[in-house]
Write a protein that binds this ligand. Structure first.
Ligand code: ATP
Ligand code: MG
Length: 555
């Protein structure tokens, strides 16, 4: 058990329940609706639920909340499982589905009817909504509310048998129309939907609603703590009411606990909105590296550890707030700084010729793989007369404070030599196309031969040895801090048109030749990069995961 002082409020509740003997072992669940890919908000919930299981030696179920056949898809069922496993978690036994319990839920619904706790309502969805009242005004009872249990049972069975069209009838709980809680005003339990379900096929044409399904499914699985986000706080009385009607005191009674959902700035976090971006082709798929989906972050180069650390840092709050995306970036920098191999890639190559280095000669220089990890060792980097440096590392009129390459001045090439710029070659438009430089053979390894100081150190690659690579740089997907928070404007109005920048002509050191998708590197001075699955035999594609420093400028 964790240190008492550091427990968050959910851990405190659990700790008490174990101490008092209310539960011998805790059982939580992660209950996604398979209607889209998981996003970083879900990762928070996954880390919380599975984390509690690990902390307290409990069990965790994965349960697909699959009560809406129209929006659900097997593609999502698969991707969700993959994402959870990738994050490093494993659920108890087989995957559960709310649809596993459709028979049981139906039979309980018949019992509700027999006990006079539920009735079939013929009102339309609009009528039901119009008669629900307001938070300060009671709702109006349905004219069908006082049907006899016999009549209700007959109608409900006919609903199940497919006698009625979608929307013609619903089953409602008799929770009353005057509760101050709107959710407690004769909640709908079942609706008619003539649609095939991805697991139950055409067996059902009535489907149970979320509120009725969720708590009963928790109960059937022996869940002790049913953790959900704050917007379900007002649903809790209904959750409890449904349980009250079937609860056997010899069994475990699940308790719903709400916490604040994770919100990130510059992001939208709703499967429905992310689906819209995919369907309207704003992005080409759910896993593009700019998406806040788990699969997008993975493709971008985020590690499971960085996401788990982020979730831990965010903590568990009782009030909604917005987390700065810089915290997520901090977590991946922290992880990759320790684990990523350093290499050199020039993103915007400028040719250099070392005029006093013999044509055709080359040598191999020692480079350190990771200064943070001695066990990562060293590698050889080829050096020759023809090199590339970063175009932005040369300035013809660089002033006193410019320590990179400028005419007549020296810089250090990382792991190699001091070089001095002797001559600039330009094309007819006046653009610099090549620099002629000399090197100091005595400065091998980048060490000063005579104590003379050189401030700038540049990354570089040897031209004849370089491999061609493509680099994709990313910016925020949205230009607004809270794209969802504008009454007068749709979130799509804030899409950043420049969130993807493709650099097709980069040059990388030959070490990267064998890099495989998902391999991660630090490109010296340029950031952390991850091999993309779009890579081909002739060209490796890299995604920039994050820059080395937080250089995001706020307006
Ligand atoms: P969305 O609106 O993004 O589709 P959802 O809540 O409808 O989210 P579900 O598949 O129903 O998605 O969610 C599965 C679980 O993940 C639920 O317990 C839900 O409370 C939790 N969850 C969803 N979004 C967040 C979030 N932003 N932060 C924390 N937990 C979340
Ligand atoms: Mg949902």
């Amino acid at each position: 058990m964790p240190d008492e002082k550091k427990l968050n409020f959910i851990e405190q509740i659990i700790s008490e329940d174990l101490k008092s003997g209310k539960h011998q072992q805790i059982y939580t669940r992660f209950p996604p609706e398979p209607n889209g890919y998981l996003h970083i908000g879900h990762a928070k919930s996954i880390c919380l639920n599975f984390g509690l299981g690990q902390t307290f030696g409990g069990k965790v179920n994965l349960r697909f909340d699959d009560t809406n056949p129209v929006k659900e898809d097997i593609e999502y069922v698969d991707s969700i499982q993959e994402d959870i496993k990738w994050l490093g978690f494993q659920w108890e036994n087989q995957v559960r589905y709310s649809s596993d319990y459709f028979d049981q839920l139906y039979s309980w619904a018949e019992q509700f009817i027999e006990k006079g706790l539920a009735y079939v309502d013929d009102q339309t969805a609009e009528q039901i909504s119009a008669t629900r009242g307001t938070p300060t005004q009671a709702g109006k009872e349905s004219p069908y509310r006082n049907r006899t249990p016999e009549e209700n049972l007959k109608l409900f069975r006919e609903m199940k048998a497919g006698k009625f069209a979608d929307g013609e009838k619903v089953l409602r709980a008799k929770t009353g129309m005057d509760s101050p809680n709107m959710h407690m005003r004769d909640a709908v339990m079942y609706r008619i939907k003539h649609a095939d379900h991805h697991r139950t096929g055409s067996k059902w044409c009535i489907y149970p609603m979320y509120d009725y399904t969720h708590g009963q499914s928790d109960y059937l699985e022996g869940i002790t703590h049913s953790i959900c986000t704050l917007e379900f706080e007002n649903h809790r009385p209904l959750y409890d009411w449904f349980l009250d009607q079937i609860y056997d005191p010899k069994k475990i009674r699940p308790r719903q606990i709400e916490f604040a959902r994770l919100n990130l700035n510059y992001t939208v976090m709703s499967k429905r909105k992310l689906l819209q971006l995919v369907e309207e082709k704003t992005v080409s798929s759910w896993d593009v590296p700019r998406m806040p989906t788990i699969s997008g972050l993975r493709r971008r180069g985020y590690t499971p550890l960085s996401i788990r650390n982020f979730a831990e840092r965010v903590g568990v709050a009782k009030r909604n707030n917005i987390i700065d995306i810089a915290l997520l970036e901090f977590s991946i920098r922290e992880d990759l700084n320790k684990s990523a191999q350093r290499v050199m890639t020039v993103l915007d190559p400028l040719k250099i010729t070392i005029t006093n280095y013999p044509e055709g000669k080359s040598e191999e220089l020692d480079a350190i793989n990771n200064p943070e990890d001695e066990s990562a060792g060293q590698r050889k980097v080829p050096f020759s007369r023809h090199l590339f440096i970063e175009r932005e590392d040369f300035k013809e009129d660089g002033n006193r404070k410019y320590f990179r390459l400028k005419p007549g001045k020296e810089v250090r090439l990382r792991y190699a030599y001091f070089i001095k710029c002797e001559e600039i070659i330009k094309d007819q438009n006046g653009e610099v196309i090549e620099l002629l430089c000399t090197y100091d053979p005595l400065s091998k390894g980048g060490k000063s031969p005579d104590g003379r100081k050189v401030k700038g150190t540049l990354h570089w690659v040897s031209a004849p040895h370089a491999i061609d690579t493509e680099v994709r740089l990313y910016d925020r997907l949205f230009t607004d801090e809270n794209p969802d928070g504008h009454k007068d404007k749709d979130f799509k109005a804030f899409i950043n048109p420049n969130s993807l920048q493709i650099l097709p002509n980069c040059k990388s050191e030959p070490f990267l030749k064998t890099a495989q998708p998902e391999d991660k590197f630090q490109f010296e001075r340029k950031g952390y990069f991850c091999v993309d699955k779009d890579s081909t035999l002739s060209k490796i594609v890299f995604n920039r995961t994050v820059s080395l420093k937080d250089n995001w400028k706020r307006k």
